[in-house]
Design a protein around this ligand. Structure first.
Ligand code: B12
Ligand code: SF4
Length: 458
């Protein structure tokens, strides 16, 4: 039995355009969901994972599969439907799962044979069994998985063409920020995989560099942090010889032992969602966790960097409190914080979030012809109507911000800081050049966006 597991591309996402900027090779990440599904699949299935981010294959020339499984973030939904329709025309049953299928169930049901909502661990073997007997149901729900049931991902199936391997150690987030789908999808309970499983799986990854995909590797409570320390100790003891990057909240900086253990376990970079520097903005986004009074963020960032860990900061533009000048402000704040790289995203109402409900009720979702418009839900296009910023205005702010933060003098200033502090100068430089190289690409993409969809913002 032949199974294709497909990760559809989204040609609008500049990070997948490796050919247009060679630095982007370092920003194409493995589709871990499909590697996990493969890990849940019994041996009678011959599995191929197709990651269209590396280029879509010529499907008609490939052997006919018996079943196709497609994953999709919302931004990939359009392409997912094209791929589904190709295989359905051939009479091959198509199953779709993942975040978009879960949040937009009705839309997806109309376009595939079977939909799996939620996490797959508890249900995928049943789906395969039914497919084998030609009795696929229209809908399955995997709910939330037991973390003991998360299998080792099949790292052997997607070995070439990536700079980073991928692994997951926890799921769920109690914080439920208004713009984020994680709590709605993975639940409020912070669930952790058994430490020996994580260490063993790390050993199966071939790449030297690894992305830990957890939304918050260290969690929010003392017991979460204690577990993170145990994990780092076990990783260091196993002498993995890997360098990894992960996402965490700023409280990562608050515990010197945690930082030392993370560095010893191979942590080379941490991605932190600051979102905004304004307390009213954090309240607007429901990210109260970042509101710790008296925190000196620059000092927190420095504490992390002293352990030779790079800090990438993420901000959101388009909040109700944001006004003209926000681009300059974010670039300045990020420089003040001393982050090594900056990622700014447009506030985007993703389906299933509180922000979606709010913006929908206020009639502020400008791009609302679905499914065609989903391809713009990459957080790199302004798909909503923003309170104090016009469409042209917010695009200008974004371009100003990136040009400012990634100007050559600023890149060189950060590089000299990295060199001085022995903090991965090469990685930092590659990261900055990759962002800088994408500025002209983004510029072109915005111009097309304004031409094709600009009238929707009126
Ligand atoms: C790693 C990651 C990335 C990587 C992607 C790597 C990759 N190719 O998969 C990178 C950095 C590239 C990325 C990019 C983006 N991401 Co992202 N990302 C994540 C993150 C942190 C983890 C995803 C992951 O690997 N999870 C581990 C796997 C095992 O879990 P899973 O994907 O949920 O899969 C399980 C189930 O969903 C299900 N399942 C999944 N697919 C299928 C398919 C079938 C057939 C079946 C049966 C089951 C099934 O089974 C799996 C096992 O239980 C999530 C947050 C999260 N917690 O999910 C955000 C998340 C998925 N990203 C998000 C977004 C918005 C984006 C971007 C659009 C914007 C951005 N800049 O962040 C881009 C889009 C890229 C694109 N191609 O269009 C949103 C998606 C919301 C939505 N409605 O689409 C999330 C949920 C974060 C959030 N804040 O809300 N992302
Ligand atoms: S943005 Fe981060 S902290 Fe907020 S709900 Fe999402 S994963 Fe949790």
């Amino acid at each position: 039995m032949r199974l294709y597991l497909i990760n559809p591309s989204n040609p609008l996402v500049s990070i997948v355009k490796v050919k247009e900027s060679r630095w982007n090779r370092y920003r194409v990440w493995k589709p871990l969901s499909l590697m996990v599904l493969a890990g849940l699949t019994p041996p009678e299935w011959e599995i191929s994972i197709v990651d269209e981010n590396l280029g879509a294959p010529d499907y008609p020339t490939m052997p006919r599969p018996d079943l196709v499984g497609i994953t999709a973030f919302t931004s990939q939904a359009n392409r997912a439907y094209e791929v589904a329709s190709h295989f359905r025309r051939l009479g091959v049953p198509v199953v779709m799962g993942g975040i978009h299928a879960t949040m937009c169930l009705d839309e997806v049901m109309e376009r595939v044979d079977s939909v799996v909502t939620g996490e797959a661990e508890g249900i995928w073997p049943q789906v395969l069994e039914d497919a084998l007997h030609g009795s696929l149901k229209r809908r399955y729900d995997g709910g939330l998985a037991e973390m003991n049931d998360v299998p080792f991902a099949r790292h052997d199936l997607l070995a070439k063409g990536y700079a980073f391997g991928a692994i997951q150690t926890t799921r769920g987030c109690p914080l439920n920020c208004s713009f984020c789908s994680v709590t709605a999808f993975n639940g409020t309970h912070y669930r952790q995989r058994p430490i020996p499983d994580v260490v063993r799986e790390f050993q199966l990854i071939r790449e030297k560099h690894v992305l830990v995909v957890d939304d918050n590797l260290i969690g929010t409570r003392p017991q979460h942090i204690a577990r993170a320390k145990d994990l780092f100790r076990a990783m260091a003891q196993a002498n993995l010889r890997k360098e990894w990057v992960a996402q965490a909240t700023i409280n990562f900086a608050d515990d010197q032992e945690l930082l030392a253990l993370a560095a010893k376990a191979g942590c080379s970079g941490i991605f932190i969602g600051f979102e905004t520097s304004a307390p009213e903005g954090l309240l607007e986004l429901g990210k109260k966790f970042n509101l710790l009074k008296g925190r000196d963020i620059r000092a927190s960032v420095r504490r992390i960097q002293r352990h030779h860990i790079l800090v990438a900061g993420s901000f959101i533009m388009g909040l109700d409190i944001d006004e003209p000048g926000i681009g300059k402000r974010i670039a300045e704040v990020a420089s003040q914080y001393g982050v090594d790289s900056l990622n700014v995203l447009f506030l985007t109402p993703l389906p299933g979030t509180r922000l979606w409900d709010q913006m929908k009720s206020e009639g502020r979702i400008a791009l609302d012809r679905f499914p065609e418009d989903w391809k713009y839900y990459t957080l790199t296009f302004p798909v909503a109507r923003y309170k104090n910023l016009s469409l042209g205005g917010i695009i200008e702010e974004m371009m100003f911000c990136n040009r400012e933060f990634y100007s050559m003098p600023r890149i060189l200033r950060r590089l000299s800081g990295n060199l001085w502090q022995h903090r991965k100068p090469l990685i930092s430089l590659v990261g900055s050049l990759s962002y800088r190289g994408n500025i002209p690409l983004n510029c072109k993409a915005y111009a097309n966006f304004k031409r094709q969809r600009g009238n929707r913002h009126d």
